[in-house]
Design a protein around this ligand. Structure first.
Ligand code: DNO
Length: 362
């Protein structure tokens, strides 16, 4: 595996490339053109400039998160072929700049959903949190208003104001889109982009829906093992793979994370590893990466990745806000750096343990 950190670009992130470079074991970043809108064709010059900036800091681009998919593609609206063309152009330009991993999602209207951006935990840290009761009691427009005032002045991924201004129109677009239709639309998109992915060896890594169930009555499909295996089989190409995000699949306690990792062997192109703490089935908050701070066994998750030969980029995911840091919720430096160090430590122990075992049995 290759340890990385997500970085939004110098215009948008409070964390600098120089800081990232000092986190032990981190050699690459996962980044994006954060000011591009879903549906834009990315120009090669802009990608090249981003790459040059990252490389000048002694790091490399390990992948893009995200190249967002336009809602017309997800909902099979009339302009979808035009937006697919643009997506293909973007992939082509990424390939030409030697970038071979793209994380994206197929969630209608929203990206991830949380109901609190700064729940205070007993140790005084603040974290993102979710309660189903709060979602059930809220209409989506109000939800955006309640989120947008608390982002520490940063635009949250998936909650861009331009997008949210069109929320009614977006809901209208999905009115007749069932889960089955969403699967069909995903298949159409993947079939159209696979030739360019093959040509440039670009691994597509779909991010799960977070939380892993329908919110506000919208269709959601990337939620469990059955659906993700279906999605891989329906376009059976090694470039059609997944981002294994423990914090997203793990929102549903019925998802057995190590088991899922084993079933997805060979098709996990990217991993987001973080921990959650459940207070009750419909109420969870994000925890420190350490197993003991939340509800997941992080050792078992890392072991499953190790044992299935995972060799792609991995990143610590949402961190808590600690030590007085003010940053985009979930994306400060301190707690994510602690997460990277912890995950690296688990990996080293698992790897050395495995090598010793082989030596002993020889
Ligand atoms: C949340 C992230 C998601 C993810 C997208 C991928 O913090 O994990 O926003 O980047 O869903 O397209």
């Amino acid at each position: 595996m290759e340890m990385t950190l997500r970085w939004y670009g110098s215009k948008f992130d409070t964390v600098s490339l120089n800081q990232i470079r000092q986190i032990p074991g981190v050699k690459g970043v996962i980044t994006t053109l954060y000011d591009s809108a879903a549906g834009d064709a990315w120009e090669r010059e802009r990608i090249a400039a981003l790459r040059a900036e990252v490389e000048a800091a002694g790091l490399s681009i390990a992948g893009i998160e995200s190249v967002n998919v336009h809602d017309a593609i997800k909902a099979a609206a009339p302009q979808r072929d035009m937006y697919i063309e643009n997506y293909i152009k973007t992939l082509e330009n990424l390939g030409k700049e030697d970038i071979h991993l793209v994380c994206y999602n197929f969630m209608p209207v929203f990206d991830w959903t949380r109901t609190e951006l700064a729940r205070v935990r007993p140790d005084g840290s603040t974290v993102l949190a979710y309660t189903q009761a709060a979602v059930d009691a809220m209409d989506p427009e109000k939800m955006f208003a309640s989120i947008s005032g608390k982002t520490n002045g940063r635009v949250m991924p998936g909650w861009e104001p331009e997008r949210m201004a069109r929320i009614k129109e977006l809901f209208e677009l999905y009115k007749d889109v069932s889960d089955e239709a969403l699967f069909a639309n995903l298949k159409y998109f993947l079939e159209a982009i696979m030739p360019v992915c093959n040509k440039y060896d670009i691994k597509m890594a779909i991010h799960p829906d977070d939380p892993a169930w329908s919110v506000f009555g919208l269709p959601r499909i990337i939620i469990n093992e059955e659906n993700i295996l279906r999605m891989m089989k329906m376009v059976d190409d090694p470039h059609n793979g997944v981002t294994f995000c423990s914090g997203s699949y793990g929102t549903n306690p019925e998802n057995d994370l190590p088991h899922m990792i084993r079933s997805l062997k060979g098709r996990i192109h990217f991993a987001h590893v973080r921990n959650l703490k459940f207070n009750s089935p419909g109420d969870f908050e994000e925890a420190a990466h350490l197993s003991g701070d939340g509800s997941f066994d992080m050792y078992e998750i890392m072991k499953a990745l190790y044992e299935t030969g995972f060799s792609g980029p991995i990143r610590p995911d949402h961190g808590r806000m600690i030590w007085g840091e003010v940053a985009m919720p979930g994306y400060g430096l301190y707690d994510r750096a602690l997460g990277a160090a912890y995950l690296n430590g688990l990996w080293e122990a698992i790897e050395k343990g495995a090598v010793k075992k082989v030596a002993q049995s020889a």
